[in-house]
Design a protein around this ligand. Structure first.
Ligand code: HEM
Length: 422
């Protein structure tokens, strides 16, 4: 996003122009969508718009994938989890040929997914999440109070990237002194250099994190406390035959790395988009300052407008016909949730950021079986972060030429957002 395009008020409706040129599944030769290309990632919206209008089933031969970019298609594929499988992985370059290789539930299908999801959902009960709000507010206040009178700071490095790690570490009960290192490893794990498809470096960092948490799980088995990990260790999975069992260490570890992977980077990106989008749309920011009850809706609008996790991959378990083309079993299909949020067929004037927009639904937190387990936590973090920011800093400017992006194939957004305060 640049200063000129964020929150733009373009109102030309692609749906009026082009919608049904789109039934030809063959991608026009000049549409090029490469999820690893930094330039496209910087502002994918023009490309995604052309895909929605002209190639709603897009084919990329080089990386051997298909892509769905329209809201309705992404929604239906997310709901059709028997044919659009997650069990081969949901990150394009990490997809496997066999199902079930990766133990995390985000990479599993029913019935295994259901068992895990039922069990770990307890750790995300409304009661547990509500109880976190005062802690989240305290953490946010601590970081933001330190910047009052400072003249400016990096909204992500000094605040937005730290908040979610501290929140998850608090949930898990990780000791204070280890949290910064865990954040650093998590960042490294998700960073991908331009064109990098070799995964060795990531495996090494992943191993360090696993080692740390293996020790941590052992310590909780020895001495349970009142925290999420101790609850998960004690909880029982109900199997299909009615018997029960407890989670093995490798399943607990997979869940921890899923939480830190899924919950840290995504919330940090949401907060980066918050700082940049509100600065680019000062009128919308002013509405939130005047009436903070609009903030929860603003969080939904931010998620729709710049999806922090804009691409979810699936693999077909059977033949699927889409836009007149029959795809064989095994095909890799990218669900472009980030494009779905800008689909003019679902959202009038989709390129306009509007904190008052009536949003009935969006797919930026997924949809269906794999709907984000941390959704209520993410929404709360977003709301509390915006409330506490605006109380102290009702206006700010972004130093655009010093912003930096994160480059991964799972999240999209900023790594650095330096801001100046009046
Ligand atoms: C703004 C922040 C967030 C965004 C944009 C986001 C986005 C998503 C999306 C799109 C999915 C679906 C993936 C798919 O369909 O393959 C998902 C799943 C998931 N998310 Fe989030 N997420 C966020 C925050 C969190 C947080 C804070 C946590 C936990 C602490 C979390 C934990 C999970 C888990 C465990 C899943 C897998 C659910 C399953 O497979 O049943 N997420 N998230």
């Amino acid at each position: 996003m640049s200063r000129s395009d964020s929150g733009s008020t373009q109102s030309d409706r692609a749906s009026d122009r082009a919608s049904d040129r789109a039934s030809d599944p063959a991608a026009p030769a000049d549409i090029h969508y490469d999820p690893y290309d930094y330039e496209i990632d910087f502002d994918p919206h023009p490309t995604w718009r052309r895909m929605r209008d002209e190639a709603p089933l897009y084919r990329n031969e080089e990386f051997d994938f298909w892509a769905l970019s329209r809201f309705q298609d992404v929604l239906e594929a997310s709901l059709d989890d028997r044919r659009f499988s997650s069990a081969y992985g949901t990150v394009l370059e990490l997809m496997t040929d066999e199902p079930g290789v990766m133990p995390m539930m985000i990479f599993q299908d029913r019935p295994k997914h259901t068992q895990m999801r039922k069990l770990v959902s307890r750790a995300f009960s409304p009661r547990r999440i509500r109880a976190l709000e005062p802690k989240i507010r305290d953490i946010a206040r601590g970081y933001l109070d330190a910047q009052v009178g400072s003249g400016g700071f990096d909204y992500l490095e000094d605040f937005g990237a730290k908040l979610p790690v501290m929140v998850i570490s608090t949930m898990l009960g990780v000791p204070d002194e280890d949290r910064e290192e865990i954040r650093h490893w998590t960042d490294q794990l998700l960073h991908r250099d331009e064109g990098e498809t070799d995964t060795t470096r990531h495996e090494e960092i992943g191993a360090k994190l696993s080692e740390y948490f293996a020790e941590y799980v052992k310590s909780r088995r020895r001495a349970p406390r009142d925290d999420m990990m101790s609850e998960l260790i004690a909880a029982e999975i109900e199997l299909e035959d009615g018997s029960t069992r407890r989670l093995a260490d490798h399943e607990l570890l997979a869940f921890i790395s899923l939480l830190s992977g899924a919950g840290n980077e995504t919330v940090a990106r949401l907060l980066g988009w918050t700082a940049t989008t509100l600065a680019a749309c000062p009128g919308e920011r002013e509405k939130l300052v005047r009436d903070p009850s609009k903030i929860p809706n603003a969080v939904e609008e931010l998620l729709r407008f710049e999806a922090p996790s804009p691409v979810q991959a699936r693999r077909l378990t059977g033949e699927v016909t889409l836009h007149g083309e029959t795809l064989p079993p095994g095909s890799k299909v990218l669900l472009l949730t980030g494009s779905a949020g800008r689909d003019e067929r679902e959202y009038p004037d989709a390129d306009r950021f509007d904190v008052d927009r009536a949003i009935d639904r969006h797919v930026s937190l997924g949809f269906g079986t794999h709907f984000c387990l941390g959704a209520s936590l993410a929404r709360m973090e977003g709301r509390v972060a915006i409330e506490e920011t605006l109380k102290r800093f009702p206006t700010w400017e972004v130093v655009w030429d010093q912003t930096e992006r994160v480059h991964t194939s799972t999240v999209r957004g900023y790594a650095k957002v330096p801001i100046t305060l009046p």
